[in-house]
Design a protein around this ligand. Sequence first.
Ligand SMILES: [Zn+2]
Length: 156
Amino acid sequence: MQIGIGYDVHRLVAGRKLVLGGVLIPFEKGLLGHSDADVLVHAVCDALLGAAGLGDIGLHFPDTDLQYKNISSLTLLAETTAMIRNKGFSVRNIDTVIFAEAPKINPFREKMRENLAATVEVDPGCINIKATTTEGLGIIGKGEGIGAMSVALLEK
Ligand SMILES: [Zn+2]
């Protein structure tokens, strides 16, 4: 068994779509980034890469590479899953936390879980999604950004 951690934050801006866990969420702002800026999926990618000893998301999917511009981050997660499988690993479980003052995550939680499970090719019971606010504190509390953390356990 090997464990990995992932952490990511993106800025919330007007004029962008908000995509979390591959779910398009109705909101007045979206996350800024080179891809669709799906902060939850990025944290999961980093947790998986970390557990497999494969570096980080920026190493494999650089934001200078035009082929990743506005790409769905689920595509990056699918490629990440293929990489860890090539090293002989399978996913035991993935746990996550989303840090957001708004919008409410709960109505979208199950769909996010299904998206992650389908992309990583595991049972939805192997994926967990939690959400919390920062009680108005800091950049996330002021609604300037959304963050996510993840851990992943792999077995060989
Ligand atoms: Zn990111």
